[in-house]
Design a protein around this ligand. Structure first.
Ligand code: ZN
Length: 162
C-alpha cells in the first residue's frame, strides 16, 4: 500500500516539475488568501484500516512572487479512534498548480478527551489544483506522523482564493 502512495506522490511531483518548466515565464496573478477543504480516505498504518478524513485549511501567500504561504490547517479522521489535529501550515507553490506543505501541530484523540492526550504531530502534503475559474480543485496526498502512529491520506482538495 505504501508503494502506491509513494508512486502517486512521485508522479504528481514529476508532473509539477514539468509544469513548472512550461509556465516558469508566465506571471499569472496569485490570490493572497486561500481557503480550502479536502475530503479524503485516511489509511491508519498501525491499525491497518481506512477511515474517512476531512481537512480544512487557510493560507496567506507571502513574498514578492507569493510562492510561500503561511496558515492554519485542521484535520479530522473519523473512526474507532477518531482524532483531530490543528497545525501550522507552511506552503510552497512549485507551480501555479502544484504546492507542497509542511504542518507541525497538535493532535487529540477524541474518544479520550477527559485526559490530556495532546500529542505533537507533523504533516507533509502535496496538492495539485486545476484552476476552474473561482475554485481550484484537484488531488491531495498527505502523510501525517507522530510518535505513536502515522497515516496516509488521499483525496480531493478544493480551494477558493480571495
Ligand atoms: Zn487544504
Amino acid at each position: 500500500m505504501k508503494k502506491v502512495f509513494v508512486s502517486l506522490f512521485l508522479v504528481m511531483l514529476a508532473l509539477g516539475i514539468k509544469a513548472q518548466i512550461n509556465v516558469e515565464s508566465e506571471s499569472q496573478k496569485r490570490e493572497t488568501n486561500d481557503l480550502g477543504i479536502g475530503f479524503a480516505g485516511a489509511y491508519l498504518v498501525n491499525e491497518n484500516v481506512w477511515a474517512p478524513g476531512i481537512h480544512l485549511c487557510y493560507g496567506k501567500s507571502l513574498g514578492e512572487k507569493q510562492r510561500f504561504s503561511l496558515g492554519l490547517g485542521t484535520e479530522l479522521i473519523i473512526g474507532d479512534h477518531s482524532h483531530a489535529s490543528v497545525a501550522l501550515s507552511l506552503g510552497y507553490s512549485l507551480t501555479q498548480s502544484l504546492s507542497i506543505g509542511y504542518g507541525p501541530g497538535v493532535e487529540f484523540h477524541l474518544d479520550n478527551m477527559e485526559e490530556n492526550n495532546a500529542i505533537f504531530v507533523q504533516h507533509i502534503e502535496i496538492i495539485y489544483e486545476f484552476d476552474l475559474d473561482i475554485i481550484k480543485i484537484g488531488p491531495m496526498i498527505e502523510y501525517g506522523f507522530n510518535s505513536e502512529d502515522q497515516h496516509l491520506m488521499v483525496g480531493i482538495h478544493a480551494g477558493i482564493g480571495f
